[in-house]
Design a binder for this molecule. Structure first.
Ligand code: F6P
Length: 370
């Protein structure tokens, strides 16, 4: 019987769905019936704090417990009910050109005896996974990010839970907005992709949705708001993706510089839009930044189920020795694609088919734009 030592880590921003996916990697890898059928016996260890754990661990030391934790079926039994990641995460890239630790990481993977490395991550973390695969590590990726901006997959863990948060929070805002006849501009996450704002806005029935893929005109927003009031609306909800920007402008950045993945910290668009509406219409307008609330809370039913399916599929790939792959959802079915195919790419909203550039909202024809 072959013996595999599997390491698993979560990297990048946390989100709901990570713990369910890890539970199902562990449960499937350790399933006795499958072990017999596949003639493979597995051991699974968790690596704490993303790739930081693989940098910090000292495999020769007696005690690696701060960075490496054995994962048994009993340990992960209830994990599918919880958000965040029980292993912790970080935004550390071993291939950061400012501080390259890739040699150390490759050595540590070897010394820890990891036959397989399962990486749960978004674009930055999966690009690292892809490079590790090129450097000879048996890597399998599981897609997660509330931004849902990974190519090749129709779903990334955490998105559905975040969508539910957006919808619930806007429901709360509606009662107070209506009572005071106020406009609320709500800032959602998503980086350079408008998926969370667009689908969140469609789910909660926002009056205006601003996405990074289509630069907006302040005058048009004000016109739409005044139209709404003329039509009898007491209040308006406007959703603004953090990466949205005015025509001729640039995205709003919270702090200068980039993280180890090369990402900027975006933020500030909602208050900018609120200010422009106040000035342009005289209507009372407030801004709300949903921020990390969108990444928090228990996973939705869909994230639990998708975490389960992605986790099981990752072990299927391992059993076939099919490495360097990302588990994906395509045409509604779980499948896999080479990690190299997503490296350095993001999937954005298709404005021509998915966005109404007149109303700044979701489209009102669907079948004509399939
Ligand atoms: O990529 C996920 C994400 O939540 C983005 O939508 C957001 O811009 C970013 O992470 C926030 O990162 P941090 O947790 O470092 O503030």
């Amino acid at each position: 019987m072959k013996r595999y030592r599997i390491g698993i880590l979560t990297s990048g921003g946390d989100c709901a769905g990570l713990n369910p996916a890890m539970k199902w990697v562990v449960k499937t890898a350790l399933d006795e019936r499958l072990e017999e059928e596949r003639d493979i016996r597995c051991e699974v260890v968790g690596i704490r704090d993303g790739f930081r754990g693989l940098v910090m661990v000292e495999p020769d030391a007696q005690d690696t417990v701060g960075h490496i934790v054995p994962l048994s079926e009993e340990t992960v039994r209830t994990w599918d009910r919880y958000g965040g990641t029980f292993l912790g995460t970080s935004r550390l890239s071993p291939y950061d050109p400012q501080h390259d630790t890739s040699e150390l990481v490759l050595n540590n993977i070897r010394k820890l005896g990891l036959d397989v490395l399962v990486v749960l991550g978004g674009d930055g973390s999966l690009a690292i996974a892809s490079r590790l695969a090129k450097d000879g590590v048996n890597v399998i990726g599981i897609p997660k990010t509330i931004d849902k901006d990974l190519p090749q997959t129709e779903y990334t863990l955490g998105f559905d839970t975040a969508l539910n948060v957006v919808t619930e929070e806007v429901d709360r805002l509606r009662t107070t907005a209506g009572s005071h006849k106020r406009i609320f501009v709500v800032e959602t996450m998503g980086r350079t992709a408008g998926w969370l704002a667009l689908e969140g806005g469609e789910s909660c029935g926002a009056y205006i949705i601003l996405i990074p893929e289509h630069d907006f005109s302040v005058e048009r927003i004000n016109e739409l708001v005044l139209d709404g009031r003329r039509g009898g609306a007491r209040y308006e909800i406007i959703l603004a993706a953090e990466g949205a920007k005015p025509e001729g402008g640039t995205e709003f950045v919270k702090k200068e510089g980039q993280d180890s993945f090369g990402h900027k910290a975006l933020g500030g668009i909602a208050e900018f839009v609120a200010e422009q509406i106040r000035e342009g219409t005289g209507l009372e307008t407030r801004s709300v930044v949903l921020s990390h609330l969108q990444r928090g809370g228990a996973p939705s039913a869909y994230d639990r189920r998708m975490g389960r399916h992605f986790g099981i599929a990752a072990v299927d790939l391992m059993a076939k020795g099919d490495y360097g792959k990302l588990v994906c959802l395509r045409n509604g079915r779980i499948t896999a694609c080479p990690l190299a195919q997503i490296e350095g790419k993001v999937k954005l909203v298709n404005v021509a088919t998915q966005y109404d550039t007149e109303r700044y909202n979701g489209r009102r024809t669907i079948l004509n734009h399939a």
